[in-house]
Write a protein that binds this ligand. Structure first.
Ligand code: PLP
Length: 436
């Protein structure tokens, strides 16, 4: 292992320079750039377990986890073997395969709201399709989302979005016609009065509300006790549907995702990230009377050449079986609590005010004295301090999301020794943040 702090990033820098000539911004998804933390992104060569290595040979304890999917760590043997075995039988057929059925059955038997499910290839697609279905079923056009909520990059949902949109501090994006954006109503999370007001004004036009049961794209923000029950009650009263976007929380907060966690069973939910085992999979589903409206059973169209792809389904099904058989959630909870406690102590000793939010194995260190309950309070975090924290972690071999408004993901591959090493290395990073 190279000695820390790392000083050698020459190969990463050369590759990133070449990337910027042929790929906009040098990355295939904006969150991968280091715009908000400064410097050039490290270029990853490989991963194993809790670690990744960059092309200069630097080793990192990784808490990005591919932005959520890698709850089992990098390259778990069973998942890799299943994907390789599937590849030898052919990578795509554009026809029904048996494993799609067992995978769908597993999802329906595990996730409370799922009576029927449709597989797609990304979370964005899953959300887009679920919203189309909600609009078709209700005959209404408006969608309610939370400020700072990210649900993929489809046109209507980029209004006041989180994740990369929040990181870049832009309210939306050019290229989305105003008429589309006008169909999305944005309200603050954890604020029932705001929802009541919207429903009083326009309730009869609202098809659905979409939200993460525990938002993770403005950083992790916890719902107030009883919040979701009341949201659901208000929506039902207005004749609107509730969609849980569980692309991150699904199989992250437990096998039943955010549904047992909140005690609320939505009409529809969307899944992605973990259910692909590190391969591209999304899914949406819920009440059978709604799902039967999808083509070819019903008139609502949605399709995909690579939907239910054999490699992705093999990887995803194997990952979910591992989670179901080993129930790692109590251990993940303990690891993440250990990390959160250690980081809180480090921040305290450095004299830098932070608010650490955590749900199961995902957490965010907000550089603000808090509390953080919605996007406005999350946005009060000092992003310059986060940048200093991030950069010092990086050169000390800890890879975090290059943005304040994201989650830190703990995987089953992170040992107590990994967590303790992370806490030790982060102490210096908190001192750097305090000096900003
Ligand atoms: C990542 C994410 C999406 C989009 O999924 P992609 O696979 O990136 O298209 C949608 N919703 C939430 C909550 C997400 O975190």
């Amino acid at each position: 292992m190279a000695s820390r702090p790392y000083t050698q990033f020459a190969r990463s820098q050369a590759i990133f320079a070449a990337a910027q000539e042929v790929i906009p911004g040098g990355v295939n998804s904006p969150v991968r750039a280091y715009k908000s933390v400064g410097g050039d992104p490290v270029v990853i060569a490989r991963g194993a377990g809790s670690r990744v290595w960059d092309v200069d040979g630097n080793e990192y304890l990784d808490y990005v986890g591919s932005w959520g999917p890698l709850i089992l760590g990098h390259a778990p043997a069973e998942v890799i073997e299943a994907v390789c075995a599937a590849a030898r039988l052919g990578t795509s057929f554009g026809a029904l395969t048996e494993r799609e059925v067992s995978f769908a059955r597993l999802l329906c038997d595990t996730v409370p709201c799922l009576e029927m499910v449709r597989l797609v290839s990304s979370g964005t697609e899953a959300v887009m399709s679920a919203i189309r279905l909600a609009r078709a079923a209700t005959g209404r056009d408006l969608v309610i989302k939370f400020a700072g909520g990210y649900h993929g990059h489809s046109d209507g949902l980029l209004a006041n979005a989180g994740s990369g949109i929040a990181t870049q501090g832009i309210p939306g994006t050019p290229g989305v016609p105003e008429d589309f954006a006008a169909l999305t109503l944005t309200i603050p999370f954890n604020n029932l009065d705001a929802l009541r007001a919207v429903l009083v004004a326009r309730g009869g036009e609202v098809a659905c509300l979409i939200g993460e049961p525990v938002p993770a794209n403005m950083g992790v923000v916890l719902p107030a006790p009883g919040y979701w029950e009341e949201v659901q009650r208000l929506l039902r009263h207005a004749g609107a549907l509730l969609i849980f976007d569980e692309v991150i929380t699904g199989f992250r907060l437990g096998l039943t995702g955010g549904q047992e966690w909140t005690g609320v069973i939505p009409d529809l939910c969307t899944l992605g990230k973990i259910i692909g085992g590190g391969l591209p999979v999304g899914a949406y589903g819920g009440r059978a009377d709604l799902m039967r409206r999808m083509a070819p059973e019903g008139p609502v169209y949605q399709a995909g050449t690579l939907s239910g792809n054999p490699l992705a389904v093999a990887g995803g099904e194997t990952a979910l079986h591992l989670l179901a058989e080993t129930n790692p959630y109590p251990a993940l909870e303990a690891s993440a609590a250990r990390l959160a406690d250690g980081l809180a102590a480090g921040a305290r000793d450095a004299g830098v005010p932070v608010t650490i939010t955590r749900a199961g194995s995902m957490l965010t260190v907000f550089f603000t004295d808090g509390p953080v309950t919605d996007y406005a309070s999350a946005a009060r975090a000092d992003t310059r301090r986060y940048a200093a924290f991030f950069r010092t972690c990086l050169v000390n071999g800890v890879l975090l999301a290059p943005s304040q408004f994201e989650a830190t993901f703990v995987s089953t591959a992170h040992s107590d020794a990994d967590i303790d090493a992370t806490i030790t290395r982060a102490r210096e990073a908190f001192a750097a943040a305090a000096a900003v």
